[in-house]
Each structure stands twice: as C-alpha cells, then as structure tokens.
Design a protein around this ligand. Structure first.
Ligand code: FAD
Length: 454
C-alpha cells in the first residue's frame, strides 16, 4: 500500500479511538500483550472474535426477528379497518388499563374512571345491529376480547357482562320498546348492565333448581329470592334478573333498576380472582317490577340459554387473551433475567416451558378463530362453544402455571402481572359453565348418552 494510503488509514483509526475507553480497558487487561496476541491470530480466528464482540459475549444468541404471540398470523385475515381497531384497543389497554390493573386488583376496587375512557372506544354491543352498535363480526369481537384479556381479565369481565350478557339479553329477548329504551345508552356506557342468574344454592343446576320466584299480582310482577356472584351489580343501572314464575313454572327475565326499593346488592368480599370485578350477592324482597320491564321474548330457560350460547364463545377468547398475556410476560422476563451468566431463556428446560406454552396458545387461537367464524356462519352449536370453553380454560391453567414457574420468586409478585393472571384464570375456569358441565354437554353430543341427572 502506498505511504499516503497507509497514513490515511492510520489517521482514520486514530480518530475512531475513544481514549477514555482505551484507558479504562487498559486498567482491566494488559493492552500491549493483547495487541501482540491479536497480531498472531489468523483471519478465521479474528472473524470469530469479531462475532463474539458483536454479540456482546452472549453465547448462542441469534438475532432473529421477534416472534409475535400470533404465530400462525390469524391477524392477517383481518381487513385494514379491523386491524386498525384491534391496534386501537391494544393501545387503549396498554396506556389506560395496564398502569392501574394491579392496583385495582390489589385494592379490589373498580376504577370507575375507566368507564368514561371506555366510551371513547365505541365498541359496546360489538356484534349487534342498530341502536348505535358497531355490528362487527363475531371473529372481530373475539380478537378484541383477546386484546383486552391479555392485559386485564377483570376489566374484560366487566365489559363482557355489560356488553355480552346484559345488552345481549335485551338485544335477543327484549321488545322493540325495551331495546330502544336501553341499548343506545348502554352502547355509550351511559348506563351499565349486569346479569343475575346464579343463586347461592343454584349454580350448575340453576336451570332446574332456580329458587328466585316471580308472581304477577294483577298490577306488577313481585320478585323474591337471592342471586350470587353477579358482576357489576353493585353499581349497575339495570340488572337482568331471572326468576321462576310461580304460576306457569317457567323462567322469566326482568329489567330490574338499581333504585327499586326491593332490590339490594352487597359486594362479595375476599375473592382471590378477578378482584377488580364487583361481584354482588343480590337480595330481592317483594321487589316490584312493572310488566313493561319484563323481557317480552323470554318465555322459558331455553331463551336464557340463547344468551349464554352467544357469550360462551367470548369466555373461550378471554382464556386465550389471558394466556397470551401470561406467555408474553414470561417470554420477556426469561430473556432479561440472567442466571449462571446467561439469560434463562437460553436454557433448554426454560425453552421447553416456553414452547409448550406457545404451542398451546397457538392451538387455542386457531380453535377460537374457527369457533367465531362458525358463529358468523350461523352454524355454531352449544357443543362447539362448550368444547372451546373446556379446552381453552384447561390449557390456560397450564400456561399460567408454566409462566409463573419460569419467573421463579418474581412469579408470585403482583408487579410482574403473571401472579394476577394465575389467580384470575381460576374464576374464568369456573364461570359460565364449569369444566364438568361443558364436558357433559360435549359428551352427550358425541355419545348420544346424557350424563346429566335428568
Ligand atoms: C368471578 C365470578 C363471576 C361470576 N359472574 C356471574 C354473573 O355475572 N352472573 C351470574 O349469573 N353468575 C356469575 N357467576 C357464577 C358462575 O357462573 C358459577 O359460579 C358457575 O356456573 C358454577 O356454579 P357454582 O359456583 O354454583 O358451582 P357448583 O354448580 O356448585 O359446582 C361445584 C362443582 O361441582 C361440579 N358439578 C356440578 N354438577 C355436576 C354434575 N352433574 N356432575 C359432575 N360435576 C358436577 C361443578 O363442575 C364444580 O366443579 C360468576 C362466578 C364467578 C366465580
């Protein structure tokens, strides 16, 4: 190389050297010796050394693009507008809900300010047509439910009870006047709804063992009895109450207003799951409801079941979202947490947990996607929804326990989110039909034998 070329290279090299850094390195190693040793290395050895330097010494770490928790790219099936709405909800959950999720859960208080914030999304009554509702597909409702539950299953449950169970009862079973009276305001979250079916002595068998009664006294319906676990009921404006008619023996539905003198809702305290949700024990004592507030198309428990069929698919999506949240937290944590000089994500046994979680999550996502497609195609049956609820909630329990495990001690600390997911999974596992009840529904369909008592 001509002398000027050599001089130019040397000058460039000198300019690129940070003398302070060089002095600091010199304190740790003998730089002169290191330079001599470097001069003895061949080209292959030098290249290997450069690779090590560039990976900052993290052996075995490959710079692959990050793997998203929607591995089979179901979201690519959404239109541009649907994808934008999904991202809007994701952003809302990350910025408005995540910062307060753990505190609300810990104090077991519902953050009422969230209702005003939710109004800006305009997504209540997602799949319904008219009354200000957005008339989205069931697939889209599922995708948005997943987005909510990956951050906070309590807030998702609040929203599901209001938008699915309460608005859904009115949408499916109300008269046109009742729909006009309630749905537009509920869509805007100006009025909040609750759904009272379960009783202290009647859970899985509530269709047969319902003790809450109603009787028409010539002027009003008179309701007596108790309802347990009723989400949102401590502050809801309208509570759908299911009661057995003492005369016909059939189950009827009523729009009970919170100010009704015969209505009392007491918060259930001491929950270890979904602590932010305000579940109530409702007592109805000669609670008078005018005929105008009886759901006009609810004539038997078969009609109640129509509402539950519509919402059960949503619970499977909640299980998927919660599992996704737990998996994502665990993955992030294992990539950061170092033990024995390497991120724990680099160890085979940890990767085994992560891949088990990831494969279950991917199977769940593809299952519920098809489930909602079937709902859109109007070919969904109770058995389809039950199978998805059983499968997804079982896998969810496995995913959250692995997420907790790979996080060691921090897995039981609220601030890392996964502890909340572990606890919340327990409520989702049981509500809207337990594993046993949904299993018997599928069992009956595939064998032809009913394992129910009668
Ligand atoms: C956090 C939370 C929120 C809820 N929100 C609402 C709400 O807003 N509105 C509402 O109406 N309800 C609500 N529920 C009630 C929920 O739907 C019930 O808890 C659920 O249906 C189960 O009823 P149960 O708790 O009475 O259990 P039970 O019916 O007493 O069941 C106890 C156990 O026995 C099993 N079992 C029962 N029968 C059989 C059988 N024949 N064979 C085999 N096993 C059987 C069950 O699977 C379960 O494992 C909520 C519950 C929770 C925990």
């Amino acid at each position: 190389m001509p002398i000027f070329g050599k001089l130019k290279n040397t000058l460039n090299l000198l300019r690129s050297i940070d003398l302070d850094k060089l002095a600091a390195i010199n304190q740790k190693i003998d730089l002169a010796k290191a330079m001599n040793a470097l001069g003895d290395l061949d080209e292959r050895q030098l290249k290997g050394l450069m690779k090590l330097v560039q990976s900052k010494g993290k052996k075995g770490q490959h710079h692959l693009p990050p793997i998203d928790a929607d591995f089979y790219k179901l979201e690519t099936k959404l239109s541009k507008e649907e994808r934008a709405l999904q991202m809007k909800v994701r952003n809302f959950m990350e910025t408005e809900i995540r910062p307060l999720a753990n505190k609300s859960w810990y104090t077991a208080e519902f953050p009422m300010q969230v209702i005003d914030k939710f109004k800006t999304l305009g997504i209540a009554g997602m799949t319904y047509q008219g009354y200000g509702c957005p008339h989205l597909s069931n697939v889209m409702e599922g995708i948005l439910t997943q987005e909510m539950a990956r951050v906070d299953a309590s807030i998702t449950t609040f929203f599901g009870v209001h938008s699915g169970l309460a608005m859904g009862s009115i949408y499916l079973l109300g008269s046109e006047t009742q729909k006009q009276e309630w749905l537009p305001e509920m869509q805007k979250l100006e009025k909040i709804g609750a759904f009272g079916l379960t009783e202290p002595d009647g859970g899985s068998d509530v269709s047969q063992g319902m003790k809450t009664t109603c009787k028409f006294d010539g002027e009003n319906w008179v309701l007596n009895g108790q309802k347990k676990w009723i989400g949102n009921a401590t502050f809801a404006d309208v509570i759908i109450i299911w009661a057995r008619d003492l005369d016909s023996g059939h189950v009827k539905g009523f729009l009970v207003k919170k100010e009704n003198p015969g209505f009392k809702a007491e918060r259930i305290k001491g929950k270890m799951a979904l602590r932010t949700v305000q579940n109530a024990l409702i007592t109805l004592k000669d609670c008078k409801v005018p005929e105008n507030d009886r759901l006009q198309h609810a004539n038997s428990f078969k009609d109640t079941a129509r509402v539950l069929r519509m919402t059960r698919a949503g619970v499977a999506w909640i299980a998927v979202g919660l599992s996704r949240g737990a998996y994502e937290s665990a993955l992030k944590y294992t990539k950061k947490r170092e033990q024995f000089g390497r991120p724990i994500a680099a160890y085979q046994l940890i990767q085994n947990h992560l891949v088990e979680m990831f494969s279950n999550l991917t199977a769940m996502q593809t299952l519920v996607y098809r489930l909602s497609e079937m709902q859109d195609e109007e070919i969904l049956t109770d058995e389809h929804a039950s199978l998805a609820k059983v499968y997804c909630t079982m896998r969810m329990r496995d995913i959250v326990s692995r997420a907790r495990e790979v996080m060691g001690g921090n897995g039981i600390l609220l601030e890392y989110d996964v502890a909340r997911f572990v606890a919340d999974a327990e409520a989702i596992y049981s509500y809207e039909g337990t594993k046993e009840i949904n299993t018997m529904i599928v069992g009956r369909a595939i064998t032809g034998y009913s394992a129910f008592v009668n």
